[in-house]
Design a binder for this molecule. Structure first.
Ligand SMILES: [Zn+2]
Length: 353
């Protein structure tokens, strides 16, 4: 075939021949053989014509070159068409194009994440900044600075998980390291780094030496709030918590403070909300009392301000701590805290947003 001389007739003839031979070829291998006879780098007819350009008389070089290129282009185009058709056939093997498409399964956020996001949203809207801190803490940030010196009985109140080695380059050598028992340690870190006035919420995980049961977990979520400035009062604290409770649960909820004790606040109180399900009449959710406890709060103890170098005469502040699981249990009417940790999709799928 390489002895066919270049001419416009032979271009047409060869292109038609190539097309016809490909159409007759029965396998990919046969088609490849046909292709090589035309486009093969050494023995293909296109290659032969290209070589003729070099030996042709000068006045014919240009014309031969044109025919050679014309042939090459036409044959390559036909070949490409066959290759594409072949790719489609290969791609379709094993696929039934008449079947309906498969919709990808969409994931969604965990109910505890939904609650945490909602808490952050509410407090952010009230002007609180969201900050996070380390879960591995030292005793000073977790206890001493929060008015709980070494022999303080409150230090035993919380069964703490201590760690074997100190935080490198962070804690003084005589301070043991631990898994934080409350997010209040971040109050200290934040106040050390920022001058008043401040307004922050600290969501995060805390750890206690507790067994996992219906209502307890050794690791759980907390959201801490802290506001410090001049002239802040208990009324500001109550107003903040009331605004939060009404956005979180029901617009008619009331807040009640019950006297309590925490070393880092004075006065201290437990936060009760009027039951939004029975409106105070008594139901299972409020255990027939009409009130639901959601956390603790109080005015920041002057000793805490002194520990971080704040002027305790000039500044007042309020703080609170609320359990994230506690809020989730109330919001979603879940009775067993363990359901939040088991990652059973049948449970999790009930909280699509
Ligand atoms: Zn009730």
């Amino acid at each position: 075939m390489t002895d066919i001389l270049p001419s416009s007739d032979s271009v047409r003839q060869l292109v038609a021949q190539f097309d016809a031979e490909l159409a007759q070829a029965k396998s990919t291998r046969d088609r490849q053989t046909v292709r090589d006879r035309f486009l093969g780098r050494k023995s293909g007819v296109v290659a032969a014509w290209m070589q003729m350009i070099a030996t042709a008389p000068p006045d014919q070089k240009k014309q031969i070159g044109r025919w050679a290129n014309e042939l090459k282009k036409a044959i390559e185009e036909i070949w490409l068409g066959y290759q594409q058709a072949e790719a489609v056939v290969v791609g379709l093997q094993g696929i039934d194009v008449t079947l309906p498409g498969r919709a990808p399964r969409l994931g969604h956020r965990h109910p505890l994440t939904l609650v945490r996001d909602r808490l952050e949203e509410i407090f952010t809207r009230m002007g609180f900044a969201v900050v996070e801190g380390p879960e591995v803490e030292d005793e000073w940030h977790c206890f001493d600075a929060l008015n709980m010196p070494a022999e303080h009985p409150a230090r035993d109140m919380q069964d703490t998980l201590y760690l074997a080695s100190p935080i490198p380059g962070d804690s003084p050598a005589d301070h043991r390291t631990l898994l934080r028992t409350h997010t209040s340690s971040m109050q200290i870190r934040y106040m050390q780094a920022h001058a008043p006035p401040i307004r922050i919420v600290v969501p995060g995980r805390v750890y206690r030496r507790d067994d996992l049961d219906l209502t307890h977990s050794p690791a759980f979520g907390q959201i801490e709030g802290l506001a410090v400035g001049e002239g802040l009062s208990l009324a500001d604290l109550k107003g903040t918590l009331l605004a939060f409770a009404r956005q979180m649960f029901s617009p008619t909820v009331r807040v009640r403070f019950r006297p309590s004790f925490f070393p880092y606040t004075e006065p201290s109180a437990e936060i009760d909300l009027s039951c939004w399900q029975c409106e105070g009449a008594g139901c299972a959710m409020c255990k027939k009392t009409g009130w639901i406890e959601i956390g603790g709060c109080g005015m920041v103890h002057p000793a805490v301000f002194e520990a971080v170098g704040y002027d305790a005469e000039r500044n007042t502040g309020f703080a609170w701590g609320i359990g994230i699981e506690r809020i989730a249990i109330l919001r979603y009417q879940v009775e067993d805290i363990r359901l939040f940790y088991e990652n059973d999709l049948r449970f999790l799928e009930q909280f699509p947003y």
